[in-house]
Design a protein around this ligand. Sequence first.
Ligand code: 6R9
Length: 635
Amino acid sequence: MSNYHIKHLEEYYQVYRKSVREPHNFWEEIAEEHFLWRKKWDTVLSWDFSKPEITWFEGAELNITENCLDRHLATRSDKTALLFEPNNPDEPAQHITYKQLYHQVNKMANVLKSKGVRKGDRVCVYLPMIPELAVAVLACARIGAIHSVVFAGFSSTALATRINDANCSLVITSDGAYRGAKTIDLKGIVDDALNSCPDVKTVLVVKRIHSKITMKPNRDCWLQPLLDAAPNEAKAEVMKAEDPLFILYTSGSTGKPKGMVHTTAGYMVYTAYTFKNVFQYKENDVYWCTADIGWITGHSYIIYGPLCNGATSVMFEGVPSYPDFGRFWDIIQKHKINQFYTAPTAIRALAKNGTELIDTYNLSSLKVLGSVGEPINEEAWHWYNDNVGKRKSPIIDSWWQTETGGIMISPLPYVTPTKPTYATLPFIGIQPCIMDEHGTELQNNQVEGRLCIKFPWPSMARTIWNDHKRYKDTYFSTYKNMYFTGDGALRDEVGYYRITGRVDDVIIVSGHNLGTAPIEDAINEHPAVSESAIVGFPHEIKGHALYGYVTLKEKGESRDHNNLRNEINQIITEHIGPIAKLDKIQFTPSLPKTRSGKIMRRILRKIAEKDTSNLGDISTLLNPECVQDIIKEAL
Ligand code: 6R9
């Protein structure tokens, strides 16, 4: 029996039990047999959640790119590593083989070195979904630089905050991005951002849309000529197991994004192992994850997990609606996709467009359908199952987070019987539990509470960049000796988990995590605004959309409310990005507050959800009278 590839339910239970009873032996075997090390570890795991301090494979030395690239050259050099499907369906797809990717990464690594980037330096990558994005990420890893990929939908202010927080010295971007029928001026956004980033010395620019942009002398360079001139071999830097591999920002409940730090060895082992099993990847399969590499899903399951397994991983530059809502099905047919991993918001948007288009495509190559990013509602689950999978491909509803690095709770296709809306069973080595509000673990089945994890796993984030205290406070202080996920969950009668949604101030809109605090901070900058509170409300396609309650400085402010609404959304777009725009904005003379001055979002949430029959206890409010006014004026 190989513990690396689980093929039956009994095997799952057997391996799971071993991984929990003897975690050290278990992970040692996986690491030993399936990866390339420069030096083996002294200690498999040491941990203390009270500090919190976690190390995996301490003492080991490796380079993750040797695992993703070099070791495949002997057997898979002509196999497609990345299959790039451009935004425009008439532009030919690119099949980049392992050998070609190896050389491209090495060239890029040499360019970075020639620009003075050294081990431990931070490099910001702000690129559309083009091959250079994956190449840049791997090139950083090759030379031991820490990559910080910022999703190219973020605004210049959001980009600048992230560049400065990590003190990046170099930015890689492009002259622009294609997005459906539109183009986006990425370089212009970078130029704006860099007005407030004094430490950035170099900007490397990929030519993608051939637009006219300004190149700042002594700072900006076109990337291609540098690549052409660079040698195509670069020595892989020898990294320690716990050296940081990357920083990736995620929203939190304060205004500042959290730079989650992932380290090298544990992240590699866990993402590779989960990829193999959660997608049941076989040697000649073509795997497609539709996420953007700007999010953790793209890091772990477009780049590192698949490449570590020698897989063919598709990168799609465009959007599901361009040139029409058949694009996903067209790509599945064209590249004979075997595993397809997408988000509930995309499924809902596609479902809304009916099944006429989908029925004209041949989707028979599909074997596994994945879902990630937010709870998948029952209707979307069935639509996906009936129309995409034709009831033949299991749906893998995989729960995990930026912080967890890899998939934590998920069925294994053809192994775990699925159940609509349930992420089902913990992955090997994962020990979830459900806690009540008093900090007691609910041991039985058929319980509901808050989801925690009791024991470390290899790919967990080790800290927040420059803010270890916040890491401890956010994840390890709510419950003693537990990692707290911020999600609610229930466990059914057979032990299956269902994730019920966030229990903190994070709202997931179209699969993007948005903290309420940064949005409120942005709105409050509008000169007419005194205060604001954001809540989520159910939305047919986005899952949740944002509802803002705004109080104005001057009572009876006579300005046109629609103009104000536009201005508020404009400020949000500038500070965060269009993804954080509010669907509804209600102006109200005051917000319900507790005696300690906290806005009672619970009530505002109910009003936004149009569920005002039971508002619960409002007696602790300082100003209970405002509640009826808000209900009366609700949108
Ligand atoms: C991978 C990713 C994390 C949050 C997480 C949870 C929600 C993700 C889910 C899910 C229910 C699933 N989430 N997958 N909720 N079922 N299958 O999405 O990371 O962007 O950090 O979001 O997303 O609320 O806490 P990230």
